[in-house]
Design a protein around this ligand. Structure first.
Ligand SMILES: [Zn+2]
Length: 181
């Protein structure tokens, strides 16, 4: 499955891309169909289906790199802000098979907007929901895993005949290496 993943093919340089940053763990490339100029994809080099499958240190490292790249965009792109966006493949309609972050620079009068219809909730409903999610956070801190992650793990076992060939998680290496075009 990883071999067919478009982002793994970008990482292995089997697809042309426009890299702006690379180190041992992360490759960041320009989106070739950007929402705004400078729209960047932050791609972990190891294939994870979702952010929730990533080890904590890898995830935190990706966020650190994302923020550094966002700062760079503010410096050189004249952006007013940078949106950091993640959409899971588990959400209907999204086909992203690899845990990536989108960095989208925002400019005055750009064409991008997020809209939704605000939902009405009563005080009782808000209170009950806050309590429910709060309890779940405590469970997660104690080691509970969401169902989606269990499902992913099961799928990997079924699909991965060669499980032993799964990429070994690399140690975090903070030293960036030069991007090769
Ligand atoms: Zn992939």
């Amino acid at each position: 499955m990883e071999n067919e993943c478009v982002f793994c093919r970008i990482v292995s340089k089997n697809l042309k891309s426009y890299p702006i940053y690379e180190d041992n763990n992360i490759l960041a490339v320009l989106d070739i169909n950007p929402a705004t100029a400078g729209h960047t994809l932050i791609i972990p080099k190891v294939h994870y289906n979702t952010l929730y499958d990533m080890p904590q240190d890898q995830y935190l490292y990706m966020l650190t790199i994302a923020r550094a790249i966002a700062f760079a965009m503010l410096l050189v792109q004249g952006a007013k802000n940078v949106d950091i966006l993640y959409t899971s493949e588990l959400v209907k309609g999204n086909i992203t098979p690899h845990a990536i972050l989108h960095l989208i620079p925002r400019y005055e009068n750009d064409a991008l907007s997020y809209t939704w219809q605000p939902q009405r909730m009563s005080e009782d409903e808000l209170s009950a929901l806050a309590s429910k999610i709060s309890s779940a956070i405590n469970s997660v801190k104690e080691g509970a895993k969401p169902a989606a992650q269990e499902k992913t793990a099961v799928q990997e076992v079924k699909a991965g005949e060669k499980q032993e060939e799964k990429p070994v998680e690399k140690k975090i290496e903070l030293k960036p290496k030069p991007v090769v075009y």
